[in-house]
Design a binder for this molecule. Structure first.
Ligand SMILES: CC(C)(COP(=O)(O)OP(=O)(O)OC[C@H]1O[C@@H](n2cnc3c(N)ncnc32)[C@H](O[C@H]2O[C@H](COP(=O)(O)OP(=O)(O)OP(=O)(O)O)[C@@H](O)[C@H]2O)[C@@H]1O)[C@@H](O)C(=O)NCCC(=O)NCCS
Ligand SMILES: Nc1ncnc2[nH]cnc12
Length: 309
């Protein structure tokens, strides 16, 4: 049984002797963070324990099923990066595994788009975790070189995200033409979307999600409040193409201003912040728009955090 609630701040990856075992652990971790993200409540207009949010075709059971159906695909992505550095070949192998994972997702979700953006972000970060150069052992004297858990501990969240970015920046020469909502919205509004976020090395995860999560924990907040604040920090800055696709600039602005307001009121754990969060939920539901890309990046934040507590 996978952990559906991640421990607040402990390593999930004890020593494992082979690349296959490491890939299994990373795949399980990726699935666990997706389930933790889906279960986190209350999120604005997203699927959570309360219901479907703005999504008529999604619910919590479906999100959990989709996350579990992706585990073996995530494992395969981590395995395919073993012993590799960013290269066009690695990018193309990952892309094929990503497309296979999308097929598995659609089969598990009766055709709904539960986790397309998450497959992209987590797939690249899994590969980044495996294909990153280690921090020099001299700066981490207690780690045994060659041990797989030590490798994962010796690469920092920054290095993983930057390596993931370096992989994403290689072209995928085998990509079939696949017109998407994201691509249409990026062209229309001049934003960079999920591709841009990855190619830039996941700045919203490194500079908003992770620091907010950790600062909230350092203030002694409950874990769920820390995760909700991290989601809002991402939302307040991200050009989320889900919001733009469903509700245009109005929806994006509503989400960004609403999320900033919650944080300015002390975050989701204060009475005023909690009221502002519920107002934001109602506003986004009225616009029929939801921050699906921000939810994916919260999962990416939890993934990096679990590797590097
Ligand atoms: C590069 C790809 C991610 C494709 O990207 P593109 O932008 O062309 O296409 P989309 O299909 O729109 O997918 C992008 C998804 O990424 C999430 N997202 C949005 N904005 C951002 C952002 N700024 N930064 C990061 N991530 C972002 C978001 O995913 C979530 O939303 C989905 C639900 O949306 P919803 O509106 O309900 O559903 P839709 O079906 O789109 O609309 P309706 O018809 O229902 O109205 C949900 O999936 C969340 O995850 C965007 O949707 C990449 O997919 C790709 O190229 N893949 C090929 C394989 C590959 O190369 N893999 C690499 C190795 S893993
Ligand atoms: N919790 C969630 N609700 C709706 N769309 C999502 N995409 C990723 N996580 C989601």
């Amino acid at each position: 049984m996978l952990p559906t609630v991640l421990p607040a701040s402990r390593h999930l990856l004890p020593a494992c002797p082979t690349a296959r075992a490491r890939a299994r652990r990373l795949g399980a971790l990726a699935t666990a963070v997706l389930i933790a993200e889906a279960e986190l409540t209350p999120k604005p207009a997203l699927v959570d324990r309360r219901g479907r949010g703005a999504h008529t075709d999604l619910d919590l059971d479906l999100m959990r099923r989709s996350a579990r159906a992706l585990q073996s695909g995530f494992e395969a992505m981590a395995l395919c990066a073993a012993g590799q550095r960013p290269s066009p070949q690695l990018r193309e192998r990952l892309a094929q595994l990503g497309r296979d994972a999308e097929v598995a997702m659609l089969a598990a979700s009766a055709g709904a788009n539960t986790h397309r953006g998450a497959i992209w972000a987590l797939g690249l970060l899994l590969a980044g975790a495996v294909a990153s150069p280690e921090v020099p052992p001299s700066s981490l004297p207690r780690l045994a070189v060659g041990d797989t858990a030590a490798h994962l501990a010796a690469v920092t969240a920054d290095t993983i995200a930057h390596t993931a970015g370096a992989i994403a920046r290689h072209p995928d020469r085998l990509a079939p033409p696949n017109p998407s909502h994201g691509a249409a919205v990026c062209a229309r509004y001049g934003v960079s979307g999920a591709r841009g976020e990855a190619c830039a090395g996941f700045p919203h995860v490194l500079h908003h999600g992770l620091p907010t999560l950790r600062a909230a924990r350092a203030r002694g907040l409950p874990e769920d409040s820390a995760r909700l604040d991290a989601l809002l920090a991402i939302m307040s800055h991200l050009d989320d193409t889900c919001l733009l696709h469903r509700g245009g600039r109005d929806a994006l602005l509503t989400a960004q201003v609403g999320a900033s307001t919650v944080l300015a009121l002390g975050g989701t754990s204060t009475p005023a912040g909690s009221r502002a969060l519920h107002r934001l939920d109602a506003q986004l539901l009225a616009l029929d728009a939801s921050p699906g890309g921000s939810a994916d990046l919260l999962a990416a934040t939890l993934f990096l955090d679990a590797l590097h507590p």
